[in-house]
Design a protein around this ligand. Structure first.
Ligand SMILES: [Zn+2]
Length: 418
């Protein structure tokens, strides 16, 4: 099986990872009072409006009784205003989210933290100002949980709607209605002629619906995770069996479902009806990667795992796909001993840097550098043209990647014996 070359996918994956990392960090923070500010800004909100809002909040904060909380909130708002200076009229595509506040840093100390997340995977829907003892990360986390792009088609003989399912969001795009006559013929028409005209009209309508779907889905066919078709019987069956859809789309049909309505609400009904198929689909791609990995591991040796081995293969340029567990929240520490031996140790994020003895000369090695292990590996991967895939732990082999292989593995272009 070859890797499906999805243009733009690696950078999307990488952005996704970076978002999740920031969110994970933000979730840990707590303010001693109601002093952590979160602002969700949609892409069509003028930055000057946001600045005005923040200024207003700043002056209202002067009413806060606790001096410490008051100072902290005002500091956070000032920091946000400073950040907003970097933007022109509007925020970047899909909007942005700003987090700022004084967080507990242990021992009664606080530390000012400000994070900006630009262009989330889905558009920020509405402006939100939130001040609490925690940052408001939920809406962004929901977005990050949204994986997958599916095409939706609902039709009966009278109307049809096509649209997208993006993550958990249904997006109606186009609709059509037919001129198919009812079953009752008018007086004077021959029954045979009436039946023929009716079939012709149905055929024309199916073609029209297929064209609508093709226009929308064919350009996205490589990103598309599947298509669901809904409607009453036998319409949806006739439509699918008649091969009206573009053949590449036909192959992507995951299932057909009984849906009573074929207006826009029918698209949501279709998603409800297809829940089980969709849930399976989310991990199907990850599953395929892991199956290929295990197959290679068991047969030809075109597989690598663990930090050291995978890193060596990456540097050699022999890794086709780097597989990283979504649960990999670790840093790598680079040590150097007095004899210039370089060694690595993977440690949990936010844990202290351990001491390290050189395995070659048994001398004490000094930590030279500590960075996110995912960043470390992905940087090498990017330089070598290796694709990175993040694998969820929502299935057995995905769990194994984390538990048995330290969350790091690779499918090789060729066996290297490393
Ligand atoms: Zn050494």
């Amino acid at each position: 099986m070859s890797s499906d070359a999805e243009e733009g996918a690696p950078s999307d994956d990488r952005r996704r990872y970076e978002f999740l990392k920031v969110l994970d960090e933000l979730d840990e923070f707590e303010g001693s009072g109601t002093q952590l500010v979160t602002i969700y800004i949609p892409e069509d909100k003028q930055v000057s409006d946001v600045v005005a809002h923040v200024t207003q909040e700043h002056s209202e904060a002067s009413n806060i009784k606790s001096k410490q909380t008051r100072t902290n909130v005002q500091d956070a708002l000032t920091s946000i205003k400073d950040r907003l200076r970097y933007y022109d009229t509007f925020p970047p595509d899909n909007g942005m989210v700003i987090f700022s506040g004084a967080v507990d840093s242990g021992g009664g100390q606080t530390e000012m933290v400000t994070r900006v997340l630009e262009s989330p995977p889905d558009p920020v829907q509405s402006f939100r100002y939130h001040c609490d003892s925690n940052f408001l990360t939920g809406p962004l986390e929901d977005m990050m949980a949204d994986k997958g792009l599916f095409g939706l088609i609902v039709l009966d003989r009278r109307e049809a709607n096509v649209g997208w399912l993006k993550g958990k969001r249904v997006e109606p795009v186009k609709s059509a209605s037919s001129l198919v006559p009812g079953k009752q013929r008018k007086g004077g028409q021959s029954a045979q002629r009436f039946a023929r005209l009716r079939l012709e009209a149905i055929d024309n309508f199916y073609q029209e619906v297929a064209e609508m779907a093709n226009d929308l889905f064919v350009p996205k066919r490589h990103e598309l995770d599947g298509i669901l078709v809904g409607g009453p019987s036998p319409t949806k069956d006739e439509f699918l069996d008649g091969d009206y859809l573009h053949h590449e789309l036909q192959d992507k049909v995951l299932g057909k479902f009984d849906v009573a309505y074929t207006d826009e609400s029918g698209l949501s009904d279709l998603v409800d009806a297809g829940q089980e198929v969709l849930a399976d689909q989310e991990v199907v791609k990850d599953k395929r990667q892991m199956e290929e990995f295990f197959e290679n591991l068991n047969t030809g040796g075109e597989a690598t795992y663990g930090f050291e081995q995978t890193r060596r293969n990456l540097v050699m340029g022999s890794v086709d796909r780097l597989l990283l567990s979504e649960d990999l929240h670790h840093d790598v520490v680079v040590y150097e001993c007095p004899n210039d031996h370089e060694e690595y140790e993977v440690v949990e994020r936010r844990h202290a840097t351990p001491e390290h003895t050189c395995s070659e000369c048994r001398e004490e090695a000094e930590p030279e550098e500590r960075e996110d292990v995912v960043d470390h590996l992905m940087n090498i991967a990017d330089q070598r043209g290796t694709e990175t895939k993040f694998i969820s732990t929502d299935f057995e082999k995905g769990e194994q990647l984390m538990d048995a292989f330290g969350g790091i593995a690779g499918i090789l272009r060729y066996s290297t014996g490393v």
